[in-house]
Design a protein around this ligand. Structure first.
Ligand code: HXC
Length: 525
């Protein structure tokens, strides 16, 4: 045990610190490396600025006695918790250490995480949680479950107060998935991570379905199909890079503004190619990413959930150095129409932006909602309503650019003035109407069309009526005459126009936006 003289006590401490750094031991560290994974400490080292880290609870051990647990102890109890700086800004880091009992979560392991999250809440620092764990520590039974409960509770308390980023760098199964799910962003490492409630063996036993871990809950599934994860990365190193990039767009907490970055991109830069980007043929697509790239500070767009619901685009960008959130329809996928998944993607992102004081810039080219029984039966009404709710509720500056189609309910949903947008611009190619020309003509001139004697005659008549409808409705000037849009702008001038509008609106504050007093609203989940 501890020696008696001061030098021997110091020597003992040094030995103990070195022991603590080894977690579950050298053999387990080798096994971790052999799987292509870094250890908890190596991951934190990559994340934090050199010499900035203050570790706490390094000497915590479990106090379980059952099932040989008295002999199985390691300092830290399978998780490393630290305060540190990422690009000079304070951040709380939590890294599960798979080398000790598979990073499984027992009572004291959980208590360390809870303490770290409490630091984050009280000091207003983002939380980065690097998950690599076999889940609830079986030997610690209900104390493990209590630990998860405590963490979930803190995830909810911290939600909307400090940014929470989960990185999945190994197994994440059972109820353990709910801590990442309650956080704001989930990054998954390809090949080494998975997330599911029930693993392949239980799935086989319960419903006879044979499926691999990868197929059931691998990163690709979660970024494309379930939407649970926002980013897929090649390895641990890239995961940390994504975390750093995310943090660069986020404020430390909900009482701060996101950090402004210097830019060499002139605020008055016009982009003449935008004048030609919308095709003459309304049925032809164009790539909304080209619009985004041309408007925001060069190279600043950072796509979030890129591979999920690709008919909608969500991401961070900068305008004259100010952080903004971008939401857009993507005409290249499903004509940019809204469906259940796109509605979920947009809603979640808009709420994150609003929570963290990030202005929203929305680009609209939306012909409506995807029709059919699949969408209706699975609740497009409920999910679509969330988009209306989120935009209406958002009090950050809201800027909208109507690029082309803005039809019907989808026009209203996509950050229209009617839901509280602060500045709405339209390109001359904007078509703001109840619906597209063909559908409208078939309805309002049904009896005239029925009188046509031949299909040929009907076709010609329809053509004429469609043109009449287009001339009357499919442009931005009726909406402009009513003040529903603030400005019809030349597409080339979109960047300078948005920067002007944004810089006048940055002083918008919640206290000056009146909402009725209530405990909380009831967003249709
Ligand atoms: C205790 C665990 C453990 C756990 C792993 N270990 N998971 N110990 N409780 N949950 C230990 C192993 O016994 C082993 O100890 C060491 O960690 C490494 O595990 P291996 O199996 O050798 O590693 P690997 O082959 O990579 O497999 C990793 C694994 C597997 C896929 C995670 O260990 C596994 O299936 N574990 C059980 C997962 C599980 O069912 N967890 C409960 C989920 S339910 P030694 O001594 O050999 O080094 C849940 C409920 C949460 O978490 C509820 C919240 C509300």
């Amino acid at each position: 045990m501890v020696g008696e003289s001061v030098p021997s006590r110091v020597g003992e401490l040094r030995r103990l610190i070195e022991e603590a750094k080894l977690g579950g031991g050298l053999k387990a560290i080798e096994a971790q490396h052999a799987k292509g994974k870094l250890t908890a400490r190596e991951r934190l080292e990559l994340l934090f600025d050199p010499d900035s880290v203050l570790e706490f609870d390094a000497f915590v051990t479990h106090r379980a006695t059952e099932f040989g647990m008295t002999e199985r102890k390691a300092f830290g109890d399978g998780v490393v918790t630290v305060l540190g700086r990422v690009n000079e800004r304070p951040v709380v880091g939590i890294a599960q250490d798979f080398t000790f009992m598979g990073g499984s979560l027992g009572e004291m392991h959980a208590a360390k995480i809870v303490k770290a999250m409490q630091y984050a809440l009280s000091a207003g620092m983002p939380v980065v949680f690097l998950n690599d764990s076999g889940g609830a520590r079986i030997q610690e039974g209900v104390d493990s479950l209590r630990g998860y409960g405590d963490i979930f509770y803190l995830n909810v308390m911290a939600s909307g107060v400090v940014p929470q980023i989960a990185v999945i760098m190994g197994p994440c199964a059972g109820g353990a998935v709910y801590s990442p799910a309650l956080m704001d962003f989930v990054v998954m490492v390809d090949k080494t991570s998975y997330m599911f409630i029930t693993g392949p063996r239980v799935v086989k036993a319960a419903i006879g379905e044979e499926v691999t871990e990868e197929e059931l809950g691998g990163p690709r599934i979660h970024v494309t199909k379930s939407g649970v994860a926002h980013f897929i990365v090649r390895d641990d190193k890239e995961a940390i890079e994504v975390v750093k990039k995310l943090l660069s767009y986020l404020p430390s907490n909900n009482m701060e503004m996101p950090p402004r970055a210097a830019t060499r991109d002139p605020p008055d830069r016009t982009e003449s190619k935008l004048n030609e980007i919308v095709p003459e043929d309304p049925l032809k697509a164009y790539n909304m990413y080209e619009v985004i790239d041309a408007v925001f500070d060069r190279g600043s767009f950072f796509d979030v959930s890129r591979e999920y619901a690709r008919n909608a685009i969500t991401g961070f960008a900068r305008l004259n150095g100010w952080v903004v959130g971008v939401v857009a329809n993507q005409p290249m996928i499903l004509t940019g129409a809204l469906d259940i998944n796109a509605s979920d993607k947009i809603t979640r992102f808009v709420r994150i932006l609003n929570a963290f004081n990030i202005p929203i810039v929305t680009f609209v080219d939306v012909p409506g909602y995807i029709p059919g029984t699949y969408q209706e039966h699975n609740g497009i009404i409920r999910h679509g309503a969330k988009v209306l709710y989120a935009y209406s509720e958002a009090t950050v500056p809201k800027l909208t650019v109507i690029v082309r189609k803005a039809y019907g309910g989808a026009y209203i949903a996509m950050s229209s003035r009617h839901l509280g947008a602060d500045f709405v611009a339209a390109w001359p190619t904007a078509e703001i109407a109840v619906m597209g020309a063909e559908g409208a003509a078939e309805i309002i001139w049904r009896s005239e069309l029925a009188k046509a004697k031949t299909p040929e005659e009907r076709h010609q008549l329809l053509d004429r009526l469609v043109t009449e409808y287009k001339n009357k409705f499919l442009h931005p000037y009726i909406a402009a005459a009513r003040g529903y849009i603030d400005s019809v702008i030349e597409p080339a001038t979109t960047r300078p126009t948005l920067i002007k509008a944004l810089e006048y609106l940055l002083s918008k504050r919640d206290v000056r936006v009146r909402t009725p007093p209530k405990k909380h609203g009831l967003i249709p989940m």
